[in-house]
Design a binder for this molecule. Structure first.
Ligand SMILES: *[C@@H]1O[C@H](CO)[C@@H](O)[C@H](O)[C@H]1NC(C)=O
Ligand SMILES: *[C@@H]1O[C@H](CO)[C@@H](O)[C@H](O)[C@H]1NC(C)=O
Ligand SMILES: *[C@@H]1O[C@H](CO)[C@@H](O)[C@H](O)[C@H]1NC(C)=O
Ligand SMILES: *[C@@H]1O[C@H](CO)[C@@H](O)[C@H](O)[C@H]1NC(C)=O
Ligand SMILES: *[C@@H]1O[C@H](CO)[C@@H](O)[C@H](O)[C@H]1NC(C)=O
Ligand SMILES: *[C@@H]1O[C@H](CO)[C@@H](O)[C@H](O)[C@H]1NC(C)=O
Length: 313
């Protein structure tokens, strides 16, 4: 091969780079080099016998429950998987249809293969088709027992979003041992917050649920559970002021970890969404929130009525 004279003297350097690169390629796994990289199970001939420990922490579980096929289901789930700290495991609980729908996606199948994501059918004797049914499921000890050995449960619904620009990690709330952190219901609230984007400590929930049962039609699950957890010795409940740093639904805060829109997205709280300047700030800080809402054109956005009407039910 003809090589220009000036380059010829660089031969040894190129070889060094080439063989160095070959070494990195052959002997180091991407997850050793890049934090958060997923490792797809391709075994090299040399380590068939060795057993790599799972990079995932099964005490931390992020859970999405959705029976309906929705266009944003897969991108939303993948987005959460990218932004929630890398050691978290994920579970998608759904119907045959919604599971088959997400399973069409190549990255979803890869995450399932390498153990990051589990898919489960909603247990046959439980249903989640409306607020009351969901409340029955989420106040049933058996439901949480199915999620063990998870201790930290991050629940998010398809009308919530986690913001990649947030400078606070979900793990902040885990490391500080919170029993329940939800979307703030008011700055003066002593404890309790909306469960549609919430962190829950499973051992504490089980303690409540082995002693008390929710009767059908009682308060919705997040209200019912936090009312009891708030009286339980040893539970650490975030108050409404702290919760606004976690999730915004009703109490405005410019840089939360995420947003929940309330009642399956039909209800946008005026305190957060009414002013154009506030909406602009939200879209700038958390552009991915648009994934779960049809784009609202400027001239349509005369707020409340128009915006409400444009949201999915
Ligand atoms: C889901 O699919 C499985 C296997 O095809 C079937 O046995 C089961 O009855 C289905 N469940 C529902 C709720 O349709
Ligand atoms: C997802 O798709 C793959 C390949 O098409 C298949 O092997 C696997 O069983 C499917 N998983 C579920 C949960 O449907
Ligand atoms: C579903 O079945 C399990 C075990 O069979 C039971 O423990 C649980 O309470 C049931 N859940 C509901 C909501 O009936
Ligand atoms: C995150 O950003 C907010 C707003 O800029 C700031 O007030 C807060 O101190 C920051 N927190 C951390 C942990 O950096
Ligand atoms: C949280 O609990 C763990 C285990 O009990 C303890 O080691 C840690 O100090 C606690 N963290 C805080 C901030 O209280
Ligand atoms: C909420 O908790 C923070 C931190 O513990 C505390 O400083 C604040 O006074 C509390 N606010 C309310 C309304 O209880």
């Amino acid at each position: 091969m003809l090589v220009p004279a000036a380059r010829r003297s660089c031969g040894p350097i190129f070889s060094l780079i080439f063989f160095g690169g070959l070494f990195v390629f052959l002997f180091l796994e991407p997850k050793d080099v890049l934090p958060g990289t997923i490792s797809v199970d391709i075994q090299s001939p040399w380590d068939i016998e060795s057993h790599t420990p799972s990079p995932y922490d099964e005490t931390k579980l992020a859970l999405l429950i959705e029976n309906r096929v929705q266009p944003h289901l897969t991108p939303l789930l993948l987005h959460f998987m990218a932004v929630v700290p890398p050691e978290w495991t994920f579970m998608f609980m759904g119907s045959n249809d919604s599971i088959a729908h997400i399973n069409k996606s190549t990255p979803i199948r890869e995450y399932t293969r390498n153990g990051k994501l589990m898919t489960r059918l909603v247990p046959q004797n439980m249903s989640i088709n409306n607020q009351e049914e969901l409340s029955r499921t989420m106040t049933n000890a058996w439901f949480y027992e199915q999620l063990l050995p998870a201790e930290w449960l991050f629940i998010f619904q398809t009308d919530s979003i986690i913001c990649a620009n947030s400078n606070v990690s979900l793990n902040y709330w885990v490391e500080n041992n919170y029993t329940w952190v939800g979307a703030s219901w008011g700055e003066d609230t002593k404890y309790g917050g909306n469960g549609g984007f919430s962190l829950r400590r499973i051992s504490h929930l089980l303690e409540v649920l082995t002693h008390q049962a929710r009767y059908d039609g009682e308060a919705l699950e997040d209200w019912w559970l936090t009312d009891r957890l708030g009286h339980m010795p040893g539970a650490k409940m975030a108050n409404g002021t702290e919760e606004k740093y976690f999730s915004v639904e009703k109490v405005p805060y410019p840089t939360p970890i995420g947003y929940h829109t309330g009642w399956s997205g039909q209800l946008l709280m005026a305190q957060v969404w009414q002013e154009k300047s506030q909406r602009d700030q939200i879209f700038e800080y958390c552009p991915e929130i648009k994934m779960m809402m049809p784009l609202v054109l400027e001239e349509e956005a005369k707020c409340e009525k128009d915006i409400h009407d444009s949201f999915p039910s």
